[in-house]
Design a protein around this ligand. Structure first.
Ligand code: HSE
Length: 433
């Protein structure tokens, strides 16, 4: 193996530029740690840049770089599932190791890409695809390898967390905060991926695979975004001692696995409730370790480049020790992935926050609590506010965990009451215990 490792960076957006800068700043340290000079020799870009090292060969011909004989590792930071799929599979077929930050691609095509990599004797590394700079893939796949993971819960979309935090802490408007996240380079090219929970669902599908040893199943993740969260729900939740966060959950149950991303009420004192701004955090509940929490920047050039280059360095170390495949792509040996059932959303269990808007009439609260009790739903707290000028009264109810099917029936019956004038607002609630 040569002393110099040639790297090709495909895509010179926020992350690609971050990778270039990282190598410029830390090249000597990286060399001391790996015993090799890491050099970016090729950059795939549609638009030539005159502000980068002129020795880097810039070209729009991505397929040529992905197959070039003088490239050792291909770094894909283009994003999306189109060109990125073509270049990654092309690189793998040409026996190149690949490092990618592309969660959308792996969520959709990960099973196929990992299989192709194994057939071609190469690795696809994806630390940067989940939670930016937090090394959560390495933690779950390697550091916690001796544990049985019971559940994990994470704030895994920085843009969504930034928006929720600014709304909660500063009463800022949704659109303004989103525009700021876009300007800071945190948001996805299509920001609906952030605010509708799709980006978090991509990441959760990868985390669940390496936690439970199941194939990547993005299409089975129950997905709800933050666009319907109103400021009044944030305020009522706060009064009851809760914070609303957009969380991803992967939970092992007796009858299968729950995969879900959605806004969630969590107790104010929970560590995750205090993760604000663009920060990400993932809490893992594992046996025998117990709970552990991982926190850091989930997006941005520096954080993502940090994860990308750590993967590159792992590959360089493995290449020079002829030990390429010590860690399987999805943490478990590929012939050992299980077909554990992923539960449909109406079989998932959680507590609920309900907000009813009712006419100020005798018996409406009694009718509501009777319906909940008839459906086996245990009430944890009730808050009734003064009537609005309109004469309508908000009633907030928190419940203990219940299977969603039961809650669906109860809500249908509550909405059929004459005094209930608006659809019931529901947000899931987790104690995280
Ligand atoms: N749009 C993503 C986020 C970028 O805001 O978390 C990092 O994956």
């Amino acid at each position: 193996m040569n002393n110099t490792i040639n790297l090709a960076v495909l895509g010179l957006g926020t992350v690609g530029t971050g990778v270039l800068n990282l190598l410029k700043d830390n090249a000597d340290e990286l060399s001391r740690r790996t015993g090799h000079q890491l050099k970016i020799t090729h950059a795939g870009t549609r638009r030539q840049r005159d502000d980068i090292d002129p020795s880097i060969n810039q070209t729009a011909d991505l397929m040529a770089i992905a197959a070039a004989n003088d490239v050792d590792i291909v770094i894909e930071v283009i994003g999306g599932t189109g060109v990125a799929y073509d270049v990654i599979t092309h690189a793998i077929r040409h026996k190149k190791h690949v490092v990618t930050a592309n969660k959308a691609l792996l969520a959709k095509h990960g099973n196929e890409i990992f299989k192709l990599a194994e057939e071609n004797g190469v690795q696809v590394r994806y630390e940067a695809a989940v939670a930016g700079g937090i090394p959560i893939i390495k933690i779950v796949r390697e550091a916690l390898a001796a544990n049985k993971i019971d559940w994990l819960a994470g704030i895994i979309n920085g843009t969504g967390n930034f928006i929720m935090s600014e709304m909660q802490l500063k009463n800022r408007k949704f659109g303004d905060v989103l525009a700021e996240a876009q300007a800071l380079g945190y948001a996805e090219a299509d920001p609906t991926f952030d605010v509708e929970g799709i980006d978090a669902a991509h990441k959760l599908s990868l985390l669940a695979s390496i936690a439970f040893g199941i194939p990547v199943q993005f299409d089975k993740v129950y997905c709800e975004g933050i666009t319907k969260i109103s400021l009044q729900d944030v305020v009522y939740a706060k009064e009851l001692g809760y914070t609303i966060k957009h969380l991803g959950f992967a939970i092992r149950r007796d009858n299968g696995v729950e995969l879900r991303v959605h806004p969630t009420l969590i107790p104010n004192q929970a560590l995750l409730a205090n993760v604000n701004g663009v920060k990400n955090a993932v809490m893992v509940d594992a046996h025998p370790l117990g709970q552990s929490l991982y926190y850091g920047d989930g997006a941005g050039a520096g954080a993502t480049a940090s994860a990308v280059m750590a993967d590159v360095m792992d590959l360089v170390r493995a290449m020079s020790s002829h030990n390429h495949f010590a860690v399987p792509h999805l943490a478990f040996k590929s012939d050992q992935l299980s077909d554990t059932r992923i539960l449909p959303s109406d079989e998932m269990t959680s507590g609920y926050y309900l907000r009813l808007t009712v006419k100020d009439e005798v018996g409406v609260l009694a009718d509501t609590t009777r319906i909940l009790s008839d459906n086996g739903i245990n009430i944890d707290a009730i808050l009734q506010r003064d009537a609005h000028k309109s004469g309508l009264v908000p009633i907030i109810i928190l419940t203990l965990p219940v299977v969603e099917k039961q809650m669906n029936t109860a809500i249908e019956q509550i909405e059929a009451l004459g005094a209930v004038v608006e659809p019931v607002v529901r947000i899931r609630l987790e104690s995280l215990e």
